[in-house]
Design a protein around this ligand. Structure first.
Ligand code: M6R
Length: 604
């Protein structure tokens, strides 16, 4: 989704703003822009430059020196085409105020009508443009106090927003406000920063303050002042974020995604090692939950589906998984489940709104997230961090396997404290996880056969991914990975369901990816492979090393190192990530920034 940055300090603001925008490219965007104040003695010190397309195009247009305060934006179009006029920053008609906005203003049409009656003229087709115009009116009417004008203006907005406001007559001040859209403040020496996420600012600072909904902040080079929704001074804590700038760079890899795939032995190890401190913060009474409900979107939802099997197996508590966007609209049930929200970014609006809904129903809520201080951490009772390190590629890879790690550890912890499994079982699960990390290393040490298969796969247009039991979600995730980065239409299916309809779609041009684990589903899966082969479909089996049987059913097998089958979703997922990556790379796709997608989905 859109990215925003604000800077005030002694550096060249235009350079900081462009550099920080580049760090936000991964969120997905179609145009960008910048507004800075210069002290060049010109009549209007406010300069606004915008451009459709890449940030590099904007960068070429920005030839500014002597700027020390400014704002910038990457836009992901919602209202109005992606062109220069609709790009942010937007200004009032006198070009005195510039605003960048993430989110959607639901009542913008009514506001535009009201303002038009007062003589305001709008240039763009965006909802965002009303904001500088409203601030302009409030500023004029209330004694030229910018902070007060923004406070009054946001009261008129309905919807979601993170805004930064720059005024030509206040060269050392930025005012920002947030409602349902992420926003973080950063501090350096004699400089202040604002951004939609911390990765934008890692080059400059590791000290962050996360804003809450309803907060308005004034940021100057000397400090930060925040007021909460009722005008009270909001004293949020500063948080040290231990991600480094190198973590957020490609480090010699061609794409962030392949770097992040290869980082998995480390990220999985970090998740497991970090569990020791997470565990200490889990109240013991959590284990008494008689029912569990997991809520998430996309890849995180697939992690939740694997989690369902694990919670049921290790705790004996019935567990259901719901998509956040659906849970919110479901009828209220009379049960009292423990609610677990999985979101790597911690900013997915559907998941956040579902957490609010659950809290309003009086339910106990737990968040599993990767981003320290993200919104979900304030919307839930307990937070567990998965510690994957920053993930820049839009397609989730290392954050998914870490989420799986968290599912194993959390469910086993609950089961042990409930008395459903023994201490030895808990220890043995942890040992299996260590072994599984070694299996992932094994896959990454020899990726050539997967690359070759990915290149063959790149010529296909449709594919089915089949799995059973705990690997049905793995199939869904593998298919999602393939479709989102290579644009090959891929569907994940429970292998037993194929004969109830989709078999009709099989042809010799529809490859099947069959996920094989040596558990109670094994024979049935071989049967399903046979069904597909008999219809002429090329079948690629992903099977544990040493399985000679599966070769009798198909001659295309990608092997993963042997692990206990209950843990097989982790190594199989790594194989499927690589398969998708190489197929997409061979097709020349934009792997880190797939078309139409964004890393952080902050709209509903
Ligand atoms: O940040 P979240 O985990 O809440 O994100 C949820 C989905 O938007 C995300 O997993 C999405 O499906 C990924 N792009 C998949 O690779």
């Amino acid at each position: 989704m859109c990215g925003i940055v604000g800077y005030v300090g002694n550096r060249e603001a235009s350079a900081v703003l462009i550099e920080a925008l580049k760090r936000l490219e991964y969120r997905g965007y179609d145009s960008s822009g910048i507004a800075v104040l210069t002290q060049s003695g010109e009549k209007n010190p406010l300069t606004v430059i915008k451009s459709p397309g890449q940030i590099s195009t904007l960068e070429k247009k920005v030839k500014i020196s002597g700027s020390h305060t400014g704002i910038s934006h990457t836009r992901w179009a919602t209202h109005g085409a992606p062109n220069e006029v609709n790009a942010h920053p937007h200004t009032d008609q006198e070009n005195s105020i510039a605003v960048v906005h993430n989110g959607i203003i639901d009542n913008h049409l009514a506001l535009k009508r009201e303002l038009a009656e007062k003589g305001h003229v709008f240039r763009s087709k965006t909802d965002s443009e009303v904001i500088p115009h409203i601030i302009y009116e409030e500023y004029k009417a209330n004694g030229n106090d910018l902070f007060d004008a923004v406070r009054r203006a946001v009261k008129k907005l309905r919807g979601s927003y993170a805004i930064i406001v720059l005024h030509r007559d206040h060269p050392d001040i930025l005012v920002c406000a947030r409602e349902k859209s992420p926003m973080v403040l950063g501090a350096g020496v004699n400089e202040g920063f604002i951004a939609s996420d911390v990765t934008a600012l890692l080059k400059y600072t590791n000290r962050f303050m996360f804003m809450d909904d309803g907060d308005i902040a004034k940021v100057t080079r000397n400090g930060i002042y925040i007021e909460g929704p009722s005008g009270e001074v909001a004293a949020h804590e500063w948080t040290q974020v231990d991600w480094s700038i190198e973590d957020a760079e490609k480090g010699g890899f061609r794409h962030f995604m392949i770097k992040e795939i290869f980082e998995q032995p480390r990220s999985l190890h970090q998740s497991q090692a970090g569990w020791r401190s997470e565990e200490d913060n889990i109240p013991r009474d959590l284990a008494r939950a008689e029912m569990i409900r997991i809520i998430a979107c996309g890849t995180s939802y697939h992690a939740g589906m694997v989690g369902k099997h694990l919670f049921e197996r290790f705790t004996g508590s019935p567990t259901v998984v719901s998509m956040a966007s659906e849970y919110r609209f479901a009828d209220t049930t009379s049960d009292n489940p423990l609610m677990i929200f999985i979101t790597q970014s911690g900013e997915t609006l559907d998941t956040i709104m579902a957490a609010r809904e659950a809290r309003s129903r009086g339910l106990k809520t737990v968040a599993i997230t990767n981003v320290v201080g993200s919104t979900i951490t304030r919307e839930t009772d307990i937070t567990m961090y998965q510690r994957s390190g920053p993930e820049i590629g839009v397609a989730a890879s290392k954050t998914f396997t870490s989420q799986l790690m968290m599912m194993y550890l959390f469910s086993a912890h609950m089961g042990y404290h409930k008395g459903y499994i023994k201490r030895d079982d808990y220890n043995s699960i942890k040992e299996h996880l260590r072994h599984t990390i070694r299996a992932v290393e094994g896959i990454l040490n020899n990726t050539a056969p997967i690359k070759e298969m990915g290149e063959w796969f790149s010529r296909c247009e449709n594919a089915f991914y089949l799995g059973r039991y705990i690997n049905f979600p793995t199939a869904l995730e593998g298919a999602l990975k393939m479709k989102e980065i290579s644009y090959i239409h891929s569907e994940g299916y429970p292998a037993g369901e194929l004969k109830h309809g989709p078999l009709a779609l099989l042809t010799d041009k529809t490859p099947i990816i069959a996920l094989v684990a040596s558990d109670h589903t094994y024979e049935k899966m071989l049967g399903n492979i046979g069904e597909c082969s008999a219809r002429g479909s090329p079948v690629i089996a992903i099977a544990p090393e040493g399985d000679a049987e599966v070769e009798k059913y198909t001659d295309r097998v990608l092997y993963y190192p042997n692990v206990d089958p209950l843990f097989s979703p982790i190594p199989i997922s790594v194989v499927l990530q690589l398969l998708a990556y190489h197929a997409a790379d061979h097709r020349g796709c934009s792997i880190d920034k797939p078309r139409n997608l964004a890393k952080s989905v902050t709209v509903e």
